[in-house]
Ligand binder design. Structure first.
Ligand SMILES: [Zn+2]
Ligand SMILES: [Zn+2]
Length: 283
């Protein structure tokens, strides 16, 4: 498939955000196809179109990569630096002080006690103030935490805990594996990192799965653990940051897809007042 203006346009638009939910990617592609009728190459399926872009990006050590939001199950895309092995190379527009604070935050989240993969908002705030720079006021630290959420590195849970957002899981994968080999967990089914999910309770198994992977598997192979093949229904518990999600939001969020046009279609700000109202969270 030829590389055309459509690919260039798509990439230019994607670069502005570096991170997009699948629905937004589909919309962007449709819009570009409509606006470039002069492009007489047939409109290829989206996957093929993105594959052509990835071949162009490969020599630059960049790649469009897809994952699923661990909480909502929504598919999301990010532009990933495939050789980037340090936070400083990936989050280039933060100052040195902010980068240090971000690294310490990631460390605190990855090594959280009980494997919760999260850090309370008060602890996060004082960590940023302490590590950021001597001049970082409480307000600036708070703003920086907001910036990390807006930039899709962190998610703030409704209970007031920061945890890693899908972009961080995708882009920092190599970094996290290198820095925290004893702390990371991979999903038994898809092999991606998992920081919130479900764990098989049998002590000789303890397989960990994303919620969406477990659901997909359970709908095919009823009631068995994909690793040990024993009964699953009452023999699994919540793992990682999943345990912090309020009960009333857990099931609804897994099947929920926010309509386009809402301010936060990828659910990265779980605690914003609008997304926690009954009307939107239970849709
Ligand atoms: Zn998985
Ligand atoms: Zn098992």
């Amino acid at each position: 498939m030829a590389y055309t203006d459509r690919h260039r346009l798509f990439l230019q638009n994607f670069l502005v955000q570096r991170y997009m939910p699948q629905v937004a990617v589909e919309q962007l592609y449709d819009t570009i196809v409509q606006r470039t009728p002069q492009d007489n190459s047939t409109s290829a399926p989206l996957e093929e179109f993105l594959y052509a872009i990835n071949r162009k990006l490969d020599p630059l050590s960049l790649e469009l990569r897809r994952t699923q939001h661990q909480l909502t199950g929504d598919k999301v895309w990010a532009l990933v630096n495939t050789r980037g092995d340090d936070i400083a190379q990936l989050a280039t527009h933060y100052s040195a002080g902010k980068l240090t604070a971000f690294k310490k935050l990631v460390e605190a989240i990855m090594t959280a006690k009980d494997g919760n993969y999260c850090l309370g908002s008060t602890a996060s705030l004082s960590l940023v103030q302490r590590e950021g720079s001597s001049s970082m006021s409480k307000q600036l630290a708070q703003e920086f935490l907001g910036e990390l959420v807006n930039d899709h590195w962190l998610v703030l849970s409704e209970g007031g805990h920061y945890t890693l957002a899908p972009r961080a899981i995708l882009e920092l994968q190599t970094y996290l594996k290198d820095e925290y080999p004893e702390w990371i967990q991979e999903c038994h089914l898809c092999k991606d990192l998992v920081t919130m999910g479900l764990r098989c309770d049998y002590p000789d198994c303890n397989a960990i799965l994303h919620v969406y992977c477990a659901q997909r598997y359970q709908s095919l192979q009823q009631n068995e653990c994909p690793a040990c093949r024993r009964e699953w229904a009452d023999r699994h518990t919540e793992f990682g940051a999943q345990a912090l999600i309020p009960q009333r939001l857990r099931q609804s969020r897994l099947h929920h897809h926010m309509p386009t046009g809402t301010p936060d279609p990828d659910g990265s700000r779980l605690s914003s007042p609008s997304s926690s109202s009954p009307a939107s969270s239970l849709r």
